[in-house]
Design a protein around this ligand. Structure first.
Ligand code: IVH
Length: 678
């Protein structure tokens, strides 16, 4: 392609993808099928990879995150980012209305209020200069926040460029970054599967994610964003200053933002009250968490006349919904043992109604949390549940502690296998480390047969339990040695069901390598991580041989995950398991993701060293692999090329000593674009 036609194709692709994203995220009215979007996106990625100097900062590809930063810079907000005053009942709402009216006695009784849902997330201020997103800053203390721009760029509901032909010099947009409940639950499921501590609620998860130093992880977390305020430097021919909050919201949506559709313009306080009552139950069906209603005076002139107190605007108030909490009694504290061997204390409760469900168990997390709460068996406690969040004990009503209440001690031995449990001093978790512990085996099996992994239908928890009890299964590989006969001999299993189960087990042999890897349940390796690893390492052998730095070179894989993967493959029982699974016929390798593309580097081995001028190391690696080549971590006689950047170290010396050809990034691009070569 000639360079002008490449440029115009790039512009066209970006325009199409941006329009599709806007329809999907801001308007909630998709216009393009996922498969079409993916195809255009892939075309853009490969065009940009071949012409990196043509990558623009607002390209849809620039949302995947970049190199981790050491820390965030503190920056002052152009306009302080205030908090909101709270109202807890109707009387508080009227008191607020009377308060601001005393300052503006001439305002007529009949005015408009805008009601918005209060999203339980983390505030974010975005600055656009000449239409381009240049900065994203957290609330911080309201006066200064942290510059988390690379993270803000990964949020798809935030446009990288505004929908304006003539943008003003600057625009500042504020809103709430949040996690949908399903994504939140998925993150927690992954964390649980990976043996990591869970996030207590979506707000903590969103705030933690926004401040995550590695924006590649942020990109995977799928934060969402609702915009609610707009500040503009000046009017332009396609943007006139709004005079009401209602107009501001419409404008925000027009210029590219996602704005919560569940807003209303109310003509009176009784209408505000109706909105509040109306949403008190409806909000429980929303895919995100709301903890109240924000009421704002619609007239922006009136807003600026009223101004702010020390902490909050006088023209707005948050009317909170009562928290979904209830008191109940702790009947017992049981200890469950998970797949990773973690001993989790669980409070068994007198059943209580909470957020529309009956709650009879609540997690107490670990021994530190129990000590902090000081919870005893027999205590009356307050439990909380919101959305899909696991119910938890929030506090103990100590004044109600009965005389017969008993303190709880974390067991010193595993309650399942009886082996001594380990309590590392630097961790709150108590762990059973006996790899033969039936609880660990059970956890491993339940995970292996689960939907996201091998998806073995009919292998429910009961059958897993029975198979372990009867000594039929000692590792997941044993599943593949069982016969229908053996299942029939298990209590309550008919021949038909046994045969069906055998078929399901057989079908699991066709699951792709990424799912097998996920199913193996390595610590810190959830389904997203497993997928990334399986794409980067096309077989179990490649992954098993990889060094820690090669593993952590994969997008989204941090040093902790890399270490955990590396160590897993070093343990002899795990090596045996892999061999057994391979012998059983499971998929422990994958075809290249792009088998049809040109393979100019087929059979060539590369080592990358130093900092390349435009490509990140992982990007260079992906390009080499897509073109059929291989990347290794150290120089040897088998190395065909050294891809060389600035500040290269000992690898360069070694390559020189072995006479291995060196390539600059530019030479590398030339090599890539040749079809048949070498
Ligand atoms: S307006 C200057 N509107 O609630 C007024 N805030 O508890 C700025 N929040 O810091 C706030 N949804 O992070 C506003 N629709 C909404 C909101 C909202 C959630 C958050 C915001 C604020 C906090 C105060």
């Amino acid at each position: 392609m000639a360079s002008t036609s490449i440029e115009s194709r790039l512009t066209e692709l970006r325009r199409l993808l941006q329009a599709a994203s806007y329809a999907y995220y801001a308007l909630d009215a998709p216009t393009m099928e996922d498969a079409v979007y993916d195809r255009l996106y892939r075309e853009l990625v490969s065009l940009e990879a071949a012409h990196p100097h043509l990558i623009s900062p607002d390209s849809p590809t620039q949302r995947v995150g970049e190199k981790p930063v050491e820390r965030f810079n503190a920056v002052a907000h152009r306009i302080p980012l205030y908090s909101l005053e709270n109202a807890f009942d109707l009387a508080d709402l009227h008191a607020w209305d009377e308060r601001w009216r005393r300052l503006e006695p001439d305002v007529p009784k009949q005015i408009e209020y805008v009601t918005e849902l209060k999203i339980d997330g983390s505030a974010l201020a975005l600055t656009y200069e000449n239409g381009l997103l240049v900065r994203g800053v957290t609330r911080g203390d309201g006066v200064r926040g942290e510059d988390i721009t690379p993270n803000a760029r990964t949020i798809r509901a935030i446009p990288l460029r505004l929908n304006l032909a003539h943008p003003p010099a600057w625009i500042e947009v504020r809103g709430e970054a949040f996690l949908g409940l399903d994504i939140f639950a998925q993150i927690n499921r992954e964390r649980e599967e990976a043996g990591d501590a869970l996030f207590a609620n979506p707000r903590n998860a969103a705030a933690g994610t926004l401040r995550q130093l590695d924006s590649r992880i942020v990109a995977q977390r799928q934060l969402d964003f609702f915009a609610y305020t707009l500040h503009i430097s000046e009017e332009t021919s396609d943007l006139s200053l709004p005079s009401t909050q209602w107009q501001s919201l419409a404008l925000l949506q027009k210029i590219g933002f996602r704005v919560n559709p569940n807003r209303e313009c109310c003509a009176s306080l009784p209408d505000v009250e109706t909105y509040y009552r109306d949403w008190s139950l409806r909000r429980l069906d929303l895919p995100y968490l709301t903890d109240g209603v924000v009421i704002k005076l619609n007239d922006l002139d009136l807003q600026s006349q009223l101004g702010f107190t020390q902490k909050a605007p006088r023209w707005a108030i948050a009317w909170k919904y009562p928290p979904e909490e209830a008191p109940t009694q702790v009947k017992n504290i049981a200890v469950s043992v998970g797949r990773t061997g973690a001993l989790t204390p669980v409070a068994e409760l007198a059943p209580v109604q909470l957020a529309g469900t009956t709650v009879s168990r609540a997690t107490l997390h670990n021994r530190d949390r129990i000590a902090e709460l000081d919870v005893w068996i027999g205590d009356t406690v307050v439990v909380r549940k919101a959305g899909e969040i696991i119910p938890e004990v929030v506090r103990v009503l100590k004044e109600l502690r009965p005389a017969e209440a008993k303190p709880f001690e974390m067991p010193t031995h595993c309650p399942v296998c009886g082996e001594i449990a380990v309590q590392p001093t630097d961790e709150a978790v108590t762990r059973c480390v006996n790899s033969l512990c039936p609880a660990i085996l059970k956890g491993a099996l339940v995970h292996w047969v689960s939907r996201g992994a091998m998806d073995i239908d009919g292998m429910g928890e009961k059958i897993v339990d029975r198979s372990i009890e009867q000594g039929l299964i000692h590792s997941v590989a044993d599943l593949y040695t069982l016969t229908a006969e053996q299942f029939v001999n298990l209590e309550r299993m008919g021949r038909r069901s046994a045969e069906k189960l055998m078929k399901a087990i057989d079908a699991s042999k066709t699951r792709p390598w990424s799912r097998v890897l996920y199913g193996l349940g390595l610590r810190h390796v959830g389904s997203v991580t497993a997928q990334a690893l399986a794409e980067a390492f096309l077989s179990v052998e490649q992954l098993g041989k990889a060094e820690v730095d090669e593993i952590s070179a994969v997008y989204g894989i941090g040093p902790e995950i890399a270490q955990s993967v590396y160590e897993w493959f070093r343990l002899p029982p795990n090596q045996t398991l892999v061999m057994q699974l391979k012998a059983a016929g499971l998929q422990l390798s994958a075809e290249r993701a792009h088998p049809d593309g040109p393979q100019p580097l087929a059979g060539k081995t590369f080592v990358i060293t130093g900092t390349l001028p435009t490509l990140k190391r992982e990007e260079a690696k992906a390009l080499i692999e897509r073109a059929g080549g291989k990347v290794t971590g150290s120089v040897s006689k088998k190395t065909d090329f050294l891809l060389l950047g600035e500040e290269a170290g000992s690898k360069l010396e070694k390559a020189q000593a072995l006479g291995i050809p060196q390539l600059s990034e530019e030479q590398f691009f030339t090599l890539l674009s040749r079809k048949a070569m070498l």
